[in-house]
Design a protein around this ligand. Structure first.
Ligand code: HEM
Ligand SMILES: *[C@@H]1O[C@H](CO)[C@@H](O)[C@H](O)[C@H]1NC(C)=O
Ligand SMILES: *[C@@H]1O[C@H](CO)[C@@H](O)[C@H](O)[C@H]1NC(C)=O
Ligand SMILES: *[C@@H]1O[C@H](CO)[C@@H](O)[C@H](O)[C@H]1NC(C)=O
Length: 321
């Protein structure tokens, strides 16, 4: 009898300690194990959905990564971009051309079918971005979880908080700094333009300007499918990375060194200024780029999350329950 009791006096505190050490970090901040007990199949379900979506449309990898970025930069990583309605972020001109919403709805439906009401749309965006990277040959990373979803969004904040394709380097650095991200994070994250496409309306000024740092042949080829006078051809698409548009690699940075960045905001990263050396590092060392990209995605995913009892878990990502 005395034997049982003494085992108990030793074991109970140890178990309590282990349990609290395991769960404490999830209360106020994000942690990778957040759904381990409440929805153990969440991550596999998201991965399978992303995998089949990217298999049927390679561009979907780009769309999912961009959605997470546009979510995090406006009001934090809270799935605010997914809400529909007048005056929503989604309806803001800053989010014109953002796609992939239906795929997020499909992923959410798959997750709801295994654990209803548990996994936030904001976490789905974060995990889907990682899985999308892996699908197209990019790096993987541990995604911190426990974000909750906003109940509202604001179109004008998307305009003020998102960087633009015609921004100069000073503006890009300031835009990322306002979100707590470093210059190195900014350059690495811009490397996601190794996949996906942009519309003529976003790069027209650059290819018709007479004073931009742009390869002449590259510009001439682009002009053929992007007429000078808007709105002609506004929606015509070109790959952000001409060399390997569907593969996550460091060719984006090689293009910049060759003056073949598609957007002004791409080329300013290698234009005789302070970030040239980072671009060169990524040209010389693809695995350094992968590693910095993964770290920067984790940093971006940390922007102002709603945790604990703030926010909600949406049932449908497009509406606040
Ligand atoms: C550095 C500041 C950035 C600027 C100014 C910028 C701007 C743009 C623009 C103008 C487009 C073309 C959109 C269109 O024509 O519809 C685009 C596409 C894209 N952006 Fe960025 N971006 C930036 C950073 C990022 C970051 C941080 C990510 C993700 C981590 C990202 C991911 C993407 C992807 C994947 C696409 C292709 C989407 C598609 O295929 O439709 N961008 N970006
Ligand atoms: C949206 O955000 C802007 C700028 O932060 C603010 O002035 C405006 O009142 C907000 N609109 C709504 C409807 O909350
Ligand atoms: C960058 O753009 C801002 C705002 O348009 C402008 O004030 C600034 O002079 C520009 N900086 C450079 C280095 O061109
Ligand atoms: C660039 O130069 C060409 C030919 O000299 C001219 O037709 C065009 O209008 C110029 N473009 C700009 C943006 O100044």
């Amino acid at each position: 009898m005395g034997y049982d009791k003494s085992i108990g006096t030793i074991l109970v505190p140890i178990v309590v300690l282990l349990v609290s050490v395991n769960y404490m970090p999830c209360k106020a901040q994000l942690c990778t194990t957040f759904y381990d007990d409440t929805c153990p199949s969440a991550l596999a379900t998201i991965r399978d959905s992303v995998s089949s979506a990217v298999s049927s449309n390679r561009r979907m990898a780009a769309l999912l990564i961009r959605l997470h970025f546009h979510d995090c930069f406006v009001q934090g990583c809270d799935a605010s971009i997914l809400l529909e309605g007048t005056g929503s972020e989604k309806a803001s001109p800053a989010n014109d051309g953002v796609l992939g919403y239906e795929t997020v709805d499909d992923i959410k439906a798959a997750v709801e079918s295994v654990c209803p009401g548990v996994v936030s749309c904001a976490d789905i965006l974060a995990v889907a971005a990682r899985d999308a990277s892996v699908e197209v040959g990019g790096p993987s990373w541990e995604v911190k979880l426990g974000r909750r979803d906003s109940t509202g969004s604001n179109a004008s904040q998307a305009v003020t908080d998102l960087p633009r394709g015609n921004n100069n380097l000073t503006e890009l650095i300031a835009s990322f700094d306002r979100k707590g991200l470093s210059v190195r994070d900014m350059v690495a994250l811009s490397g996601s333009h190794t996949i996906g496409k942009a519309r003529c309306v976003r790069f027209r000024d650059r290819i018709y300007a007479n004073n931009s740092n742009i390869d002449a042949t590259f510009a001439a080829n682009l002009r053929r499918n992007c007429p000078q006078t808007a709105p002609n051809g506004d929606g015509n698409l070109e790959p952000l990375d001409l060399q390997t548009p569907n593969k996550f690699d460091n060719n984006y940075f090689r293009n910049l060194v060759a003056s073949k960045g598609l957007l002004t905001s791409d080329q300013v990263l290698f234009n005789g200024d302070s970030t040239d050396s980072i671009v060169t590092e990524y040209v010389d060392n693809p695995s350094l780029f992968d590693c910095d990209f993964a770290k920067a995605m984790v940093n971006m995913g940390d922007i102002e999350p709603l945790t604990g009892t703030s926010g909600i878990i949406r049932t449908l990502c497009s509406t606040a329950n």
